[in-house]
Design a protein around this ligand. Structure first.
Ligand code: SF4
Length: 273
């Protein structure tokens, strides 16, 4: 029997079924990462997958790369250490909106500023899932969470704008509804020499969906289709027409000297080479 190459990237013993609820978007993101790695012809031994805490952070349990499952919010800090120790590794950080933008917010900003060569896949479900449905930095204003029973009073972060402003060389937003586009974004991000962010909108029907009466997983995916618009299409609309739409696409694709190169130059100077 011929085995699909992507299957080889899943951990032996397979640890399945996975921990994610039926209808959770994270499994689709996992598939997109594996397909992107496979299409680039990368060997799983060349890969490292680092996570913190949260539903999305369970991914290294299933994917058979070098992996670290670390403390809440600290995935980018650990990943920085891994990349500096072995610059040849392709280091992927899998994280959620709470993990990356609240508890780990400073690591996110400064890793982008330093242009550390990490591919950060941020699964944005607008809520803390595993820890009980608390509101996160991407919970839209007015939306409910276990810690915001009358609606969130805070404005939400735009992760792509934040990463770009901080110095990332790549920032894109995709959806699990459009998995084909998401695959391509991750593939492109993996080729960048520097801090590359792919924000994957990934519905949480169990907590965010229930608390906000958004219906089942299918309805949430249909809403994702209806409420998102590609960057090119959005440019043709007036601000009023695109006001309530979430824009997807590649927001920034640039170049800057990667941190490990700069660091090697300093080592050379210190050693008189
Ligand atoms: S709680 Fe939400 S994010 Fe966590 S596995 Fe379930 S559906 Fe996914």
């Amino acid at each position: 029997m011929k085995i699909h190459p992507a299957y080889e990237m899943l951990r032996p013993g397979k640890k399945f079924p996975n921990v994610w609820c039926p209808g959770c978007g994270h499994g689709i993101v996992q598939g997109a990462i594996i397909r992107a790695v496979e299409r680039l012809g990368l060997n799983r031994d060349e890969m490292a997958m680092i996570s913190g805490i949260g539903c999305s952070s369970r991914m290294p349990v299933y994917v058979d790369f070098n992996s670290l499952h670390t403390a809440h919010g600290r995935a980018i800090a650990f990943a920085t250490g891994v990349k500096l120790h072995n610059p040849k590794l392709h280091v992927i950080v899998v994280t959620g909106d709470g993990d990356a933008l609240a508890i780990g917010g400073n690591h996110f900003i400064h890793a982008a500023r330093r242009n550390i060569e990490l591919t950060v896949i941020l699964m944005n479900n607008n809520i803390y899932g595993m820890t009980g449905g608390q509101y996160s930095p991407t919970t839209p204003i007015g939306k409910k969470a276990s810690t915001a029973p009358y609606g969130c009073a805070e404005r939400d972060f735009d992760a792509c704008a934040l990463a770009t402003a901080a110095g990332a060389v790549f920032a894109a937003r995709g959806t699990v509804f459009n998995a084909v586009e998401l695959d391509k974004m991750i593939e492109k991000a993996l080729t960048k020499k520097g801090f590359a962010l792919v924000e994957a909108l990934s519905p949480c029907p169990t907590l965010y969906g229930r608390l906000n009466k958004e219906g089942n997983a299918v309805k949430m995916l249909q809403a994702q289709k209806a409420n998102t618009i590609n960057l090119k299409a959005a440019e043709k609309l007036s601000p009023q027409e695109s006001e309530n739409k979430i824009i997807t696409g590649i927001f920034y694709d640039g170049e800057a000297q990667p941190y490990t190169e700069v660091y090697q130059q300093i080592i050379n100077k210190a050693q008189g080479r």
